[in-house]
Design a protein around this ligand. Structure first.
Ligand SMILES: NC(=O)c1ccc[n+]([C@@H]2O[C@H](COP(=O)([O-])OP(=O)(O)OC[C@H]3O[C@@H](n4cnc5c(N)ncnc54)[C@H](O)[C@@H]3O)[C@@H](O)[C@H]2O)c1
Length: 347
């Protein structure tokens, strides 16, 4: 069982992943090239633990032990002894490649090199190393200290043994890993973004009110939040990048009718700028007929995309519902939900 881990990049995801690993009993080297980022990331690990102590979810002793297991560093020598490195540097291929080159030079033979990329090619990163079989995607969700889902992504050259080692590793942190084949968006972002952009396009076409759509989505199925409120929370710039990447990788089913670009061009990026689809926090709307029609398209496109993923061998059917529940907070997976609706309408 893997015990010694390096997390490369101490930003939002890296510091959360470091906390998750240390909470799972691992010894963690938290590596960053910028001292101030390292300091901030290390402090964030402490803050997550403090919050848990304050809420009675962890003892002070446990918190202290977790913090003590995370060792901040900017020195290559500290990578010499790790069994697994997880990179969480910015989502730019050239930076990822330079990190894999550094890992190649500094990790011991046999160590696994993992990327937390949200969608860049694992195979392309693997190609800069002399051990592509040991390069794998380990996609945590934000906040990684809380979210249970980890997509274990098999690139074209990843060995099955590496995938299985990562499934075992993620489970040892108390996470719920799902095995996914490499594709744009992997499983969860691919399906969720499809449903969201479908709703944006449909609402634009029909003139449906976003608040009525969000209310109809929440009232009409297992999603805890509607697509407009969720987009504002994620950030419409991030959503726009995802939409463009998926539109390029797949087809017009990822067209949003221009809804995201319109917001981004107006500087309305959602919660982070104070306004997005909504002027402020999402209002409490009431479902209406137009909203219900868009909500139906939202759920149907999620269902269509997970079925395509299953047909393409991206994920096993049995893993789809747990992945959507853990990754998107749905109270029931799309396949089970659709099956229960069929039963209800047949009955
Ligand atoms: N933020 C999210 O919601 C989210 C969710 C899932 C996955 N991801 C993925 O996680 C990765 C990191 O995203 P983030 O939001 O944490 O980014 P971030 O900008 O918050 O953090 C990146 C960190 O990497 C450091 N860094 C930059 N170059 C480096 C190098 N060469 N070596 C070591 N450290 C370096 C920076 O100093 C910074 O601390 C990306 O691939 C992103 O797509 C992000």
């Amino acid at each position: 069982m893997i015990q010694r881990v390096a997390v490369i990049g101490a930003g939002i995801m890296g510091s959360e992943i470091a906390q998750a690993c240390a909470a799972g009993g691992k010894d963690v080297v938290l590596f960053d090239t910028i001292p101030a980022a390292l300091e901030k990331g290390t402090a964030h690990v402490g803050k997550i633990c403090e919050r848990r102590v304050a809420r009675g979810r962890m003892t002070q002793e446990e918190a202290d032990a977790i913090v003590a297991r995370v060792r901040p560093t900017g020195a290559d020598e500290d990578l010499a002894n790790v069994e697994l490195a997880i990179e969480a540097v910015p989502e730019i291929m050239d930076i990822k490649k330079s990190v894999f080159d550094r890992l190649e030079k500094n990790l011991p033979a046999g160590a696994v090199m993992a990327s937390n990329t949200s969608g860049l090619s694992i195979s392309e990163m693997a190609a800069v190393t002399s051990r592509p079989g040991s390069v794998v995607g380990l996609h945590f969700f934000n906040p990684a200290s809380v979210m249970k889902l980890v997509e274990v992504v098999k690139g074209k050259t990843t060995d099955s043994a590496t995938v299985e080692a990562m499934v075992e590793f993620a489970s040892s942190l108390g996470k719920n890993p799902v095995r996914v084949q490499e594709c744009a968006g992997f499983l969860v972002n691919r399906a969720l973004v499809r449903a969201m952009v479908e709703a944006y396009r449909a609402a634009r076409e029909s003139g449906a009110d976003p608040a009525a759509v969000d209310a109809a989505v929440v009232a009409g199925g297992p999603s805890p939040m509607g697509p407009f409120a969720l987009g504002d929370m994620i950030g419409l710039d991030t959503m726009s990048h995802l939409q463009k990447d998926l539109r390029a990788a797949y087809d017009e089913r990822y067209d949003d009718g221009g809804a995201l670009a319109e917001q981004v061009d107006a500087g309305r990026l959602g919660a982070k700028t104070g306004a997005g689809f909504y002027e402020g926090p999402a209002p409490k709307g009431e479902p209406d007929d137009a909203g219900r029609r868009v909500a139906d398209r939202y759920y149907q496109s999620m269902l269509d995309e997970v079925r395509r993923s299953i047909d393409e061998g991206i994920a096993a059917e049995k893993d789809v519902d747990p992945a959507i529940c853990d990754g998107c907070g749905w109270s029931e997976g799309p396949l089970a939900w659709a099956a229960s609706r069929r039963t209800t309408s047949a009955g």
